[in-house]
Design a protein around this ligand. Structure first.
Ligand SMILES: NC(=O)c1ccc[n+]([C@@H]2O[C@H](COP(=O)([O-])OP(=O)(O)OC[C@H]3O[C@@H](n4cnc5c(N)ncnc54)[C@H](OP(=O)(O)O)[C@@H]3O)[C@@H](O)[C@H]2O)c1
Length: 322
């Protein structure tokens, strides 16, 4: 069997370096002296990261068109895949992102096979298969399937909401709880979910690269607590020293109405918020803990994760790019 260990001179490609996870993962990889190349649509967005660290190569490209992929993958050992196409402002239902994400993953795998890439590590989303799954969760699973179908050995990590400043789902939670002492919510408020702290996600992502035994596997990753959205909102308020939130569940609110409500109360672009809200009806909890046999991570409790997000982002809503 081929040895997939990463050697000192090997270079790793980071896709999504300008994003919430990618920007935080980059310094963690540099702390381990990992040589990096980035493929970005706009190099000016990573100028600060590149000047703060040694030995980072930057290539310009786009996964949907496939431009720049061959050059970016040349001589690369392993690649992180931290990309999605949700975004934009529209009151209409946006499903184009799913098509773009399918095309992107296909372009990536064709170029990766041609370049002889050994491994790809993808951070996707938790969620059971089934017809009730939201478009977004289906699309994340579809991308995982495409990456798995290629020659490079894929590692898929599946996570629910990631607690960290600037994450779209976390920012939605934060704006709602900070701004609304009283909330009227549909039945998703009692859906169960298993959040995970950003530092724990980063530790798993780095750990999977350094442990080749994780290649060719899918793992669920989550914190130790399974909470309903209601409990998450209350614990968020506690961690921030806010008064207990009054949350009423009503039967008449549809997910679409709550999406319009989120548009009013938070600055999260609707092209991101609406697909995420559609997914709130699905229970997203880890079905197995096999990852612990491969990568040891001490789990950060939810309230501590909220405090960490705020120590990174002291000035509260409005300072995270949304
Ligand atoms: N955030 C969470 O709570 C969460 C939870 C579970 C799983 N995940 C997964 O984690 C991964 C990363 O998510 P994130 O929250 O970091 O997302 P994000 O902040 O929105 O970042 C998305 C990244 O994708 C890049 N991108 C989009 N389209 C591209 C294209 N056509 N070509 C090249 N790059 C492109 C963006 O680059 P630009 O700067 O050019 O737009 C950006 O760097 C995703 O797979 C997501 O499903 C996230």
């Amino acid at each position: 069997m081929e040895d997939l260990s990463l050697l000192r001179d090997d270079r790793v490609l980071l896709l999504g370096a300008t994003g919430f996870i990618g920007r935080r993962l980059l310094p963690e990889l540099k702390n381990k002296n990992i040589r990096l190349r980035l493929l970005v649509r706009d190099p000016s967005k990573v100028a600060d990261l590149v000047s703060a660290h040694k030995d980072i190569e930057v290539t310009e490209g786009d996964l949907v068109s496939g431009k720049g992929l061959d050059e970016a993958l040349r001589g690369i050992h392993s690649s992180y895949y931290l990309v999605h196409s949700m975004g934009g402002q529209s009151i209409f239902r946006n499903t184009k992102y799913a098509e773009k994400d399918k095309i992107s993953a296909g372009n990536f795998i064709s170029a990766a096979e041609a370049a002889g890439l050994k491994r790809v590590i993808y951070l996707g989303a938790l969620g059971e298969s089934g017809k009730d799954l939201s478009e977004h969760l289906k699309s994340r699973a579809e991308v995982g399937g495409i990456l798995f179908s290629g020659k490079p050995a894929a590692t898929v990590l599946r996570a629910a909401i990631i607690i960290g400043a600037g994450g779209a789902s976390f920012e939605m939670l934060r704006y709602l709880v900070e701004r609304l002492p009283v909330m009227v919510c549909p039945k998703w408020i009692d859906t169960r979910i298993q959040p995970i702290a950003l530092p724990d996600v980063l530790a798993y992502l780095v750990g999977c690269l350094l442990n080749p035994a994780t290649a060719g596997q899918t793992f669920d990753i989550g914190g130790d607590e399974i909470l309903t959205y209601r409990e998450m909102m209350q614990q968020y308020a506690e961690a921030r020293g806010l008064a207990k939130r009054l949350i009423f569940r009503v039967p008449i609110l549809t997910p679409l109405l709550s999406a319009y409500w989120v548009d009013l109360v938070t600055p999260i672009p609707s092209g991101v918020a609406h697909p995420l809200i559609e997914g709130l009806k699905s229970e997203v909890i880890c079905r197995d803990k096999r990852i612990d046999e491969f990568v040891g991570v001490k789990k950060t409790p939810f309230r501590e994760a909220v405090r960490l997000a705020f120590s990174e982002e002291k000035e509260g809503p409005g300072k995270t790019g949304f």
